[in-house]
Write a protein that binds this ligand. Structure first.
Ligand code: PEP
Length: 273
């Protein structure tokens, strides 16, 4: 049974002074033990958020990590520097692919560094609008997943509990979200791709895949109604406590249904034996 994960990407918003109170409010409005909640503030806000939500069951993520372990890389942040501050990291976000010209090869190295540093990676993939309109979306996403993960040891990725976020670029920050069934199809395609990369069937089936792109409390239900989608990576709406309360509340319904379904499977198995 896959977990239901809601990850908040604050992007370049908030400040060290404002981040703690915001995170605390979000934490108090989203107390749902069945949902994995992750908040990814800017680097300079990580310590404030960590301290503000201590004991709340919220996990902290960074928004990026450098592909080298250390060295002459002015202004960047290594995996080792994140120890004690974050346990997750977003890798390959489309805004970094666009603005920092990150390639799939570089993103793959970032995933490797994250795993070495004990950080759980959320690998972001997604097509441009022109790709979807030309019927190339699946191919583009497959190339991104293979390009980033192809050189990495599948066992290490499974052990490091990789998460993939399918984020169509045209849906990020635009208010235009994907159709739930298209995102669901992509989630299954991503599991087939990792299976081609050497993951076993059960490992691929257990890979959590999130949807990201203009998620709000009003549309999260469309994605969580799809059994192949395991939650969301939320940008703009994640800065609004009301929105986060609605999103995590809806996610808890799915998480509880999955627990019940899992229990039903266990009961059936017991009966067969
Ligand atoms: C994101 O930052 O990953 C994202 C999906 O942003 P938004 O929800 O604002 O589209």
């Amino acid at each position: 049974m896959r977990p239901v994960i809601i990850a908040a990407n604050w992007k370049m918003n908030s400040t060290p002074a404002a981040a703690g109170p915001l995170a605390r409010e979000i934490a108090s409005r989203t107390r749902e033990p069945t949902v994995v909640r992750v908040v990814c503030p800017p680097f300079v806000c990580l310590a404030a958020v960590r301290d503000a939500v201590a004991g709340e069951g919220i996990q902290i993520g960074a928004q990026d990590v450098h592909q080298e372990p250390a060295g002459a890389f002015t202004g960047w942040t290594s995996a080792a520097m994140l120890a004690g501050l974050a346990t997750w990291v977003i890798v390959g976000h489309s805004e970094r692919r666009r603005d920092a010209h990150e390639t799939d090869a570089v993103i793959g190295r970032k995933v490797a560094r994250a795993l070495e540093g004990g950080l759980r990676p959320i690998l972001c993939v997604g097509e441009q609008l022109a790709d979807r309109e030309a019927g190339r979306a699946l191919q583009v996403v497959a190339d991104q997943v293979r390009g980033a993960l192809g050189g990495l040891d599948p066992e290490r990725l499974v052990e490091g509990r990789l998460v993939v976020a399918y984020e169509p670029v045209w849906a990020i920050g635009t208010g235009r979200n994907a159709v739930g069934s298209d995102a669901a199809e992509m989630a299954e395609a991503i599991r087939r791709i990792v299976a081609d990369l050497g993951w076993t069937g059960p490992e691929a089936a257990a890979l959590p895949v999130l949807y990201g792109g203009s998620v709000t409390s009003a549309n999260i239900g469309e994605f969580l109604a799809e059994p192949t989608i395991d939650g969301a990576l939320v940008g703009g709406a994640s800065l609004k406590p009301d929105e986060m309360a609605g999103i995590v509340g809806r996610a808890a319904m799915t998480a509880r249904a999955r627990v019940d379904a899992g229990a039903a499977v266990d009961r059936r198995e017991l009966k067969i034996r």
